[in-house]
Design a protein around this ligand. Structure first.
Ligand code: NAD
Ligand code: TYD
Length: 366
């Protein structure tokens, strides 16, 4: 039996990863540390409420005293560090929280691990979760990002993640901390907060609200289902080499406008096939003989909007044998179904603080 600390385990990828880890390792002590910001939801982990080897700690990764106590108490063999401010648009409005959590918080966690593991680092692993956005933006014909692509972050979010990656690398190099890092492309799937493109489009379409397309809609992202991401992380945590970085991606690039079209068509098909859904989502165009695509609305572009991301995940395949398994069409259909059936999860978000924030920023809950 082993003991693992998962930071940010009440957020989107963290939640999926905690549930995945529990399936893989039924006996491990899992400790989740999460500050429960707007993006964290304690109830995501309700399935583990009666699990005697699960502990939820409501706290901040910047709190060095708290971290010291947790490392002393649980003697972690593994740390998987998800906790972050993660939304580019928010980082453009105000970046202070990004620097605080992503840079200073990661530093505090690295320090806690270094201090606690100094006497016996063998067999331990500190896995830092990062993003492909640290590499900057690709042109249409550029080769995908590899692990040696020069860092060139363009948004305050990406810059704060780049800073945290450099800190993690420096702790591996300087102190021999057993660090691995993974840089992943855009995730989608259950429990994603509806400020990100995929859940925002699904929920707005169901409610008959405009689907905001930034700029010309031709920005390209490389999409990966969160289950594939969690499987890749578990592999790197267990089998990755100390000090190494691994890119994780689905090899499934698509311009935003096409992706939004795919989601619209999937929702149309679901509603047409099931009259009960047409009654439930009565403002959805598909419930009224129209198409969700009619809701697509071009809006002013995001400042500094990265044009294209694409990941080369060959290292992960060559070293650890991992390839993404879930196709974009299947994964997006499953995600649409999860949100259609997940009103109990998203309704409180739609009616609460999130809507207030959107109103404050944009004057309307778009
Ligand atoms: P998220 O915003 O859904 O969740 C972040 C979680 O961190 C929340 O539960 C929040 O409460 C918690 N948190 C924030 N500040 C904290 C603090 N100071 N102390 C403790 N907990 C804190 O994010 P996500 O989309 O699940 O992303 C998780 C990680 O994966 C991040 O590091 C992100 O950079 C990285 N990543 C995300 C994507 C993506 O597409 N979402 C892609 C690549 C990498
Ligand atoms: P997002 O989900 O915010 O992820 P990221 O910025 O980390 O890639 O956005 C995905 C893409 O969709 C990105 O190119 C911005 C675009 N986008 C829209 O066109 N409209 C929206 O309302 C949002 C949130 C994003």
């Amino acid at each position: 039996m082993s003991s693992i600390l998962i930071t940010g385990g009440a957020g989107f990828i963290g939640t999926n990863s905690v549930l995945h880890w529990r399936k893989l390792q039924p006996l491990d002590r899992i400790v989740v540390l999460d500050a429960l910001t707007y993006a964290g939801n304690r109830s995501n982990l309700d399935a583990l409420a009666v699990d005697p080897a699960f502990t939820f700690v409501h706290g901040d990764i910047c709190d060095g005293g708290l971290l010291k106590g947790l490392f002393e108490r649980y003697d972690f063999q593994r740390v998987v560090h998800f906790a972050a401010e993660s939304h580019v648009d928010r980082s453009i409005v105000s970046s202070e929280a990004f620097v605080r959590t992503n840079v200073l918080g990661t530093h505090a966690l690295l320090e806690a691990a270094r201090t606690a593991w100094r006497a016996s680092p063998e067999g331990r692993r500190f896995h830092h979760i990062s993003t492909d956005e640290v590499y900057g933006s690709l042109g249409p014909d550029d080769a995908p990002f590899t692990e040696t692509t020069r860092y060139d972050p363009k948004s305050p979010y990406a810059a704060s993640k780049a800073g945290s990656d450099f800190l993690a690398r420096s702790y591996a190099h300087t102190y021999g901390l057993p660090v691995t890092i993974s840089n992943c492309s855009n995730n989608y799937g259950p429990y994603q907060f509806p400020e990100k493109l995929v859940p925002l489009v699904i929920l707005n379409a169901l409610m008959g609200k405009p689907l905001p397309i930034y700029g010309d809609g031709m920005n390209v992202r490389d999409w990966l289902h969160v289950e594939d991401h969690c499987a890749a992380i578990a592999l790197v945590v267990e089998k990755g080499r100390d000090g190494e970085t691994y890119n994780i991606g689905g090899g499934q690039e698509m311009p935003n406008i096409e992706l939004v079209g795919l989601l619209c068509d999937t929702i149309d098909a679901r509603i047409v096939a099931d009259p009960a859904l047409a009654t439930k989502f009565k403002d959805c165009p598909a419930s009224n003989g129209r198409r969700c695509r009619d809701l697509m609305t071009f809006v002013p572009d995001r400042p500094g909007h990265d044009r294209r991301y694409a990941i080369c995940a060959d290292k992960l395949f060559n070293e650890l044998g991992f390839r993404a398994r879930i196709s974009l069409a299947d994964g997006m259909a499953r995600t649409v179904d999860w949100y259609i059936g997940g009103e109990a999860w998203w309704q409180p978000i739609q009616s609460g603080a999130y809507r207030d924030w959107m109103k404050q920023q944009y004057g309307t809950a778009h």
